[in-house]
Write a protein that binds this ligand. Sequence first.
Ligand SMILES: [Zn+2]
Length: 190
Amino acid sequence: MDNELQPHYALLLGGGSPWIVKTVELKMDAKQVHIELAWQWDAAHKCPVCGRACSIYDTAAPRSWRHLDTMQFETQVSARVPRANCPEHGPKTCHVPWAARHGRFTPWFERLAVDVLPASASVHQACALLRIGWATAHDSMRRAEARGLGRREPEGLRFFGLDEKSFGRGHSYVSVLPTPCRRENGQRLT
Ligand SMILES: [Zn+2]
């Protein structure tokens, strides 16, 4: 490593083998830190679909993910992710530990966004705090909702109520589906 920041960021990211911090670039004018990660080519690789050990076909186009800020500097993690050469499924991009499959953020930043959004007075305020756009904020909320619904266990739900309420002025209505909850010893659990 020829940059003393690289081991520093490798420790902070906690990724470890088979990924190494290749470069760390400070962009003072843009107030950004760019961290480039590199795959160690002698590492074993598995098809993300079937888990079979495979050789590397090539690397996907470079991508970057927004990470938690370094001090007041926006921090971006970038990498060229290898693709497994699976004899059954063809070239498949491997999963990386710092991002959801099609996400533009690391899980740490996404977690921050999910916490900041409901704690803010408005989505506009949360966007200003996180320095993200309106559409990006709604994408984060949609993914968080999908994760929450994915964790929810539907067993025990036999009936549900659906109501229609007037909304605003005129003949505008919304359909309301109350969130099912579980109770134990009289205590609401969810
Ligand atoms: Zn496969």
